[in-house]
Design a protein around this ligand. Structure first.
Ligand code: NAD
Length: 424
């Protein structure tokens, strides 16, 4: 289960506002009409459901559940379901748009969607969670569908909730429907390689961008912020490729060893110590935020949003930033990084390995077939590498950052497809 504390908004422009300002910039560079701007911006569908759920106390609590399908121009909606106290319809709207651009940039035939329920999973029992996700699924039974809208886990939900969602949907439709949701447990039609897929995509993005910058795999120093699913898998896979990870961090603090940290040891330590790196002895403990400004070649923020801001961007020494997290860099920080000549591989490309393997899960479900891990890994590598090369070439063509180039590709693809499909 993924659950992160919401970050304080440091630049007074939250990550979703930053995403919108990047969208606006790319639309301007592409010279799209006002009509097309609105077609791409306004969500296709917003659904709100009231969800009365009996809590363990015996009292009925009514939750509000949202599903926004931002776009189905490229294919069925695709996006996670977030269970978090701060979920609002506005946030779900923006996250759904984010999914549209992420799927488009890695060339997955999905549109963008997102769902959410304002609730606090940390205070809910397994039974309450099950009743809530089943009620939510029932409320959305005519929205979801393997050819319509395919949910997945997000903050506060995981494979357990996806299994309940798949079961409830299947009951409502009177037939087992694996392909209605991704991120399921392996026995229930989940995909091999899904757990590490986002970290794998970050590893691939890091290696291809290091090659473009002429950074030597074994000599370059790498710092990774966050040691959860994305950060620890990215670090482990990079270590296996011969990279030197000199700093890692989690909520307990940051750990730095200029000679390199054994990631295999750090993962074993974390797993044997209640999931944290607290008191890890393989490196010196340093202040958590100082990891971002260490003298390294590559920085991988893989913890949470809004960590590289106008307040610390000028202190960053890395030559390359690869965004494992969603929205780690604010739009204001982007300007400072560009002036310093720091290259940032944007989140919608760098962490798209997860949605890419989700797509493979859906494909396997539709085929009624299971792929071997090496096939999944090969295809994931091809998808991320092709997307990276396209983004890189587009950045040269428009003299734009990789981030702007990624948005240009995504927006252009959706706009062009819309023109072929047509409106009313
Ligand atoms: P996770 O909960 O597994 O791990 C988060 C890690 O960040 C933990 O180690 C936590 O201790 C650490 N952390 C939290 N606050 C920190 C801080 N202030 N400083 C340093 N470390 C801190 O979450 P995850 O699934 O690895 O997701 C991380 C980021 O990647 C999020 O932004 C998420 O939206 C994004 N993302 C995840 C996936 C995925 O498939 N899991 C896909 C795309 C994007």
């Amino acid at each position: 289960m993924q659950y992160l504390e919401p970050a304080p908004i440091k630049d007074r422009e939250n990550p979703l506002e930053s995403m919108m300002s990047r969208f606006d910039e790319a639309v301007r560079i592409l010279g799209l009409s006002d009509e097309m701007y609105h077609i791409l911006k306004v969500p296709a569908r917003q659904v709100i459901v009231g969800l009365p759920v009996t809590m363990d106390s015996g009292k009925v609590k009514v939750f509000e559940g949202y599903r926004v399908i931002h776009s189905t121009i490229l294919g069925p909606g695709k996006g996670g379901v977030r269970f978090d106290p701060d979920v609002t319809l506005d946030e779900v709207n923006a996250l759904a748009a984010w999914m549209t651009w992420k799927c488009a940039v890695v060339d997955i035939p999905f549109g963008g969607a997102k769902g959410g329920v304002a609730c606090n999973p940390r205070e809910m029992s397994a039974g309450e969670m099950e009743r809530l996700i089943r009620a939510y699924t029932k409320g959305m039974q005519d929205i979801f569908g393997p050819d319509k809208d395919i949910p997945a886990p997000d903050m506060g939900t995981g494979p357990r909730e996806m299994a309940w969602l798949m079961d409830e949907y299947s009951k409502a439709k009177g037939m087992t429907t694996h392909g209605v949701v991704t991120g399921k447990p392996l026995v229930l039609g989940g995909s091999k390689g899904r757990v590490e897929a986002t970290g794998r995509g970050v590893m691939i993005s890091t290696l291809v961008s290091m090659a473009k910058l002429g950074l030597h795999i074994e000599k370059a120093k790498i710092a990774v912020q966050g040691f959860g699913n994305v950060g620890s898998w990215a670090a482990k896979l990079l270590e296996e490729k011969g990279c030197n990870i000199v700093a890692i961090s989690d909520i307990s603090g940051a750990y730095y060893n200029d000679k390199g940290i054994s990631i295999a040891d750090a993962i074993t330590y974390r797993d044997e110590n209640g999931g944290t790196l607290e008191n890890f002895k393989g490196a010196e403990k340093i202040d958590a935020d100082s990891l971002l400004t260490l003298p390294v070649d590559v920085l991988i923020p893989a913890a949470k949003e809004d960590v590289i801001t106008m307040h610390n961007a000028d202190k960053i020494q890395a030559k390359l930033i690869v965004e494992g997290a969603n929205g780690p860099t604010s739009a204001k920080a982007d300007v400072i990084l560009k002036d310093k000549g720091i290259i940032a591989v944007p989140d919608i490309l760098a962490n798209a390995g997860g949605v890419t393997v989700s797509y493979f899960e859906w494909v396997q479900n539709r085929m009624g077939y299971k792929w071997a891990l090496d096939r999944i890994n090969r295809r994931c590598e091809r998808a991320i590498t092709n997307a990276f090369n396209q983004v890189y070439d587009t950045s040269l063509k428009y003299d734009a950052s990789l981030r702007t180039a990624a948005y240009i590709i995504a927006i252009d693809k959706v706009a062009t497809t819309y023109k072929y499909r047509g409106g009313y």
